[in-house]
Design a binder for this molecule. Structure first.
Ligand code: PGA
Length: 232
């Protein structure tokens, strides 16, 4: 079945030449494959790619919760939509940690993204030592507060245990499955896995029922990302 494979480039690459090389390699390598691949480059490279590349979908790594106004440095959902973006990652753990994004802010961002017609990819997950189900439950409760049923269905949930992100310490598939099943019991939404995904382990998450993958570090290596997409 068709899976959703998201590439989160984070704050990389640092120049447009490299970004274009990576983009073109990935574009070529995923051509004709069955999954839906979404590239989420930094805002500045988005404008270079997002319009006019049929077949590939784009997402941003964040958005503001207002559409315009006096918010220095922010990029609004309307701007992203205008660029040709279809998806937006919201509540990534790096945003929560380094930019102090609270669940209340994430809730506002989700609502703004949905209102604009973007598909939000909401990231949730526990820190090392925290109770998986309790954290997921609390995050979902606040992040999704007040979102109407019709909109709720559109949100994609990415389960990303924080201790597994960027560490190489991926979450064993049976443990990730527990989170996936817990989320699926609450919501009839797509659930992705993210956290140190590489081509060796990608398939394991699909086999336990995940609807796709959120790939960070490995998405910067075109060969590896293409392999992940093929194996999923
Ligand atoms: P990682 O990142 O694959 O480098 O662990 C995951 C993510 O950014 O969501």
């Amino acid at each position: 079945m068709k899976k959703l494979i998201i590439a989160n480039w984070k704050c990389n690459p640092t120049n447009l030449v490299e970004a274009k090389i990576l983009f073109n390699k990935v574009k070529k390598g995923i051509k004709g494959t069955k999954n839906k691949v979404v590239i989420c480059p930094p805002f500045v490279w988005l404008s270079a790619f997002a319009k006019g590349f049929g077949g590939l979908a784009f997402g941003s790594q964040d958005c503001h919760y207002e559409q315009s106004g006096a918010y220095t440095g922010e990029v609004s959902p309307k701007m992203l939509k205008d660029l040709g973006c279809q998806y937006v990652i919201i509540g990534h753990s790096e945003r929560r940690k380094y930019f102090k994004e609270s669940d209340e802010i994430i809730n506002k961002k989700l609502k703004a993204g949905l209102k604009t017609g973007l598909i939000p990819i909401l990231c949730i997950g526990e820190k090392r030592g925290e109770n998986q189900k309790r954290v997921i439950n609390n995050q979902l409760k606040t992040d999704l507060k007040g979102i109407i049923k019709k909109d709720l269905k559109k949100i994609i949930i990415a389960y990303e245990p924080i201790w597994a992100i960027g560490t190489g310490d991926f979450c064993p598939a049976d443990r990730a499955k527990k989170a996936r099943d817990f989320i699926k019991k609450k919501l009839d939404n797509k659930v992705l896995y993210g956290g140190s995904v590489n081509s060796k382990v990608a398939r394991n998450y699909i086999e336990v029922g995940f609807d796709g993958l959120l790939v960070g570090g490995a998405s910067l290596n075109a060969k590896e990302f293409i392999k992940i997409n093929k194996s999923a």
